[in-house]
Design a protein around this ligand. Structure first.
Ligand code: PLP
Length: 375
């Protein structure tokens, strides 16, 4: 059977541009790449407590058996969604199977024909894909540029009675930086038809329960998307918002409706990971490591995109160049990943360092000193 020519052509193009993707292998290098910021994915305490919780409550099943609207709404959903709403100071929480599903499900169903979506130009692919499925018109604003966003809001609120949805990330996944959420909130508060939506995937656990809560902006935000596959070290996601929003999503969000729900053990892991997040010392350890990384990169005069999150990026233009740099660090025992175009814009290729509570200060100094020898 012949492989379709157009598909082969696209793969060949990727090879030519040095941007062909491939699956990695497990390795024993020092982790500066995973999203397991707090070390929860590897936590034996969380694993054992989850197992015990499932056994103690007689949840001895393997699968959900159906979608949430049919047979899959296990009673653990009520427990987890109540816990999430309480801890996140939100009226409700609605669990989705992943952050990708949550973003697709939200943007495909909430903004209506005639509405406007204003999105940061560097927004995550899952939000872009959701926007593509939406009937609303969408316009980008410059990355983290509050002034540009305000101008666009003013342009679309004049002579227009449509709803406007503003979407950004509290920590950008490929940059590690954050918008001025307080300034954006001030602008949004002036307009009743402007709705603030925020993806907190990389803020949860790094900044406690997310930056919106840290800045006390819960009441300004229409919807918060949180994911559990990063700082929480497990899997799944939730949309935090009002009872009406929850009811709307249950009725109209197709990625919520038409899929088998999470298995009970995934829900139990989310519950126990949150119990751990409340008491864990790992948050403070991670913060110390972030501070150490920033002061060491300043000492070595390395040029990173400004960030106080767990993600720190050093721009190295060109796919080949950045791949070689990453390879050198990997050969020295550090798992650092190159981020290539087209994932990021051409000439903005970068080395992405993810910091963890379990990285030692010595490991951080070593990886940066290594980097300093060849940039
Ligand atoms: C900003 C952002 N939103 C959403 C997602 C998707 O989350 P999940 O991995 O749970 O599908 C990611 C994951 O890469 C992300 O970085």
């Amino acid at each position: 059977m012949q492989f379709p020519k157009k598909l082969q052509h696209k793969i060949t193009q990727r090879i030519t541009l040095n941007s062909l993707r491939g699956l990695g292998k497990e390795n024993s290098r020092i982790d500066f790449s995973s999203n397991d910021y707090l070390g929860f994915a590897k936590s034996e305490v969380i694993f054992n407590k989850t197992h015990q919780f499932l056994v103690d409550n007689n949840h001895k099943v393997n699968g959900a058996t159906g979608s949430r609207l049919l047979s899959g709404n296990h009673k653990l959903y009520t427990i987890v969604e109540k816990q999430l709403a309480k801890l996140h100071n939100s009226e409700t929480a609605l669990v989705f199977n992943s952050g990708y599903d949550a973003n697709i499900g939200f943007f495909a169903s909430v903004p209506q024909r005639g509405d406007i979506i204003l999105y940061d130009e560097l927004i995550h692919a899952s939000i872009r894909d959701g926007i593509l499925l939406s009937n609303a018109k969408s316009f980008k604003f410059k990355h983290n540029d509050t002034k540009d966003l305000e101008e666009k809001i003013l342009r679309f609120t004049q002579n227009n009675d449509s709803e406007i949805y503003v979407i950004t990330e509290s920590v950008f996944s490929m940059d590690g930086d954050s918008p001025d959420l307080t300034a954006i909130s001030q602008i949004i508060k002036k307009h009743t038809n402007v709705h603030f939506v925020i993806d907190e995937a990389h803020a949860l656990g790094v900044f406690d329960f997310g930056l919106i809560q840290k800045l006390h902006l819960e009441d300004v935000v229409f919807a918060r998307i949180i994911t559990f596959g990063k700082g929480l070290g497990c899997h799944g996601a939730a949309i935090l918002g009002s009872k009406q929003l929850q009811q709307y999503l249950i009725n109209f969000s197709r990625s919520f409706i038409y899929t088998t729900s999470l298995p009970p053990h995934a829900l139990a892991t989310i519950k126990i990971a949150y119990d751990e997040l409340v008491i864990s010392d790992s948050k403070a350890q991670l913060q110390q490591n972030i501070q150490h990384f920033i002061s060491e990169s300043n000492r070595l005069r390395l040029n990173f995109i400004q960030s106080t999150s767990a993600i720190h990026c050093c721009i190295i233009s060109g796919n080949e160049h950045v791949k070689n740099m990453a390879l050198q660090l990997q050969q020295h025992g550090f798992e650092v990943k190159p981020i290539l175009s087209p994932t990021v814009p051409t000439n903005q290729e970068r080395l992405r360092f993810c910091l963890h509570a379990y990285n030692s200060k010595e490991e951080i100094t070593n990886v940066l000193e290594n980097l300093a020898t060849f940039v």
